[in-house]
Design a protein around this ligand. Structure first.
Ligand code: ADP
Ligand code: MG
Length: 360
């Protein structure tokens, strides 16, 4: 399938002035696994529905390759059925009176695919998703997770060029969700389907996506690879939304507020000519270290005095809570920490591990 392009796409529901999606420009390339990521209400489902043709744009344009499928200016609108995209929603509807095999076959029958081809595709897709052993059961005889697989299988059987998935794993328990993620990744590699996947779960997006589009309040914040989003967040919202424990943020507005702000300031004053524009500085928990002695600090690291105020084991790793003059910092480590509550020392980080965010 050619590239899907959204140009200045906007949506307000029922003629209200509130825009569920605002001036969205996004390209989804062939074979991409694009995750739309953001908190509840930020416009992810609306975006997916606009791409699928279930929702008309209020302004802007969507095209698939050279073909415009929705354009308010010219009044062009291609219906959902004619866009050839497969949709799976959080609440999936299987036919209760049909066996799993019949359910999987459903879309193919609808499209009047010849029997031999249908059987072959149904077999392949049921095996891939591990539901072939349930072929003669009815949906009510399967668990929620198994039903969700059937919903996916039904979609994949028709081999859509684009698969649109709206939080399809949200009803599953943690283990099954992980298994399904791995399966989706395999499916993506095997079927070469373009996937647009909506989630509010940063881990899900990080583990699945080739590209992530982060949204907030109807607006696109950043598009990039999972590494881009994590290592080079475009703004404070993206930095805070991705990462757990969350990134440490130090407000710079009160320049004398903390030792760290001062240090960050002196570092960035060299690289950022307009220090006045800096609103805050962020540091990922894993980019921080703690040293008892000033002589143990790595060369060139920014540092400041800190007291250990908590050591929290999280099973396989630890979170250390530090208190600087006025700011609390969280540090993560995979090595058993050799520090105790109340111990005094220095936190440190490489200057390049700091993220600088504009004043808002
Ligand atoms: P998300 O999927 O990211 O949670 P949605 O796209 O569902 O967000 O919603 C974006 C905004 O649009 C929200 O403020 C929501 O309340 C509003 N909205 C969604 N669907 C409708 C609708 N059918 N009518 C009116 N407002 C809606
Ligand atoms: Mg939604």
């Amino acid at each position: 399938m050619p590239t899907i392009t959204l140009r200045n796409a906007e949506k307000s529901y029922g003629g209200t002035a509130v825009k569920a999606v605002r001036d969205l420009n996004l390209e989804i390339g062939d074979g991409e696994f694009m995750c739309l990521l953001g908190p509840s209400g930020c416009g992810k489902t609306t975006t997916l529905r606009m791409i699928s043709g279930l929702e008309h744009l209020s302004s802007g344009e969507i095209s698939v390759g050279d073909r415009v499928v929705d354009c308010v200016g010219t009044g062009t609108f291609v219906t959902a059925e004619k866009r050839g995209m497969g949709l799976v929603f959080q609440s999936y509807a299987l036919w209760p009176h049909m066996t799993i095999e019949r359910n999987t076959d459903f879309g193919l029958r609808l499209r009047k695919v010849p029997k031999a081809e249908r059987q072959e595709r149904v077999e392949k897709v049921m095996k891939t998703l591990g539901i072939d052993k349930y072929r003669d059961r009815y949906p009510s005889q399967l668990s929620g997770g198994q039903q969700q697989r059937v919903a996916l299988a039904r979609m994949l059987a028709v081999n859509p060029e684009v698969l649109l998935l709206d939080e399809p794993l949200s009803n599953l328990d943690a283990r099954l969700r992980l298994e399904m993620r791995a399966e989706l990744k395999r499916i993506h590699e095997e079927f070469k389907t373009t996937i647009v996947f909506v989630t509010h779960d940063q881990w899900e997006a990080m583990t699945l996506a080739t590209s992530i589009a982060v949204m907030s309040e109807g607006e696109l914040q950043q598009v990039g690879s999972p590494n881009d989003i994590y290592d080079r967040p475009a703004n404070r919202f993206v930095a805070e939304f991705v990462g757990s424990p969350p990134i440490n943020i130090i407000e710079v507005e009160d320049r004398n507020a903390s030792a760290l702000a001062g240090l960050a300031q002196s570092y960035f004053a060299r690289t950022y000519p307009q220090i006045d524009g800096i609103g805050s500085v962020g540091m990922r928990p894993e980019a921080l270290g703690f040293a008892r002695d000033v002589r143990a600090l790595p060369k060139g690291a920014i540092n400041g005095e800190a007291v250990v105020t908590g050591v929290l084991p999280t099973g396989g790793s630890w979170i250390i809570e530090l208190l600087t003059q006025q700011t609390k910092l969280f540090l993560t480590t995979h090595l058993p920490p050799q520090v105790n509550d109340g111990e005094k020392g220095f936190f440190y980080a490489k200057p390049e591990a700091l993220h600088v965010f504009d004043a808002q």
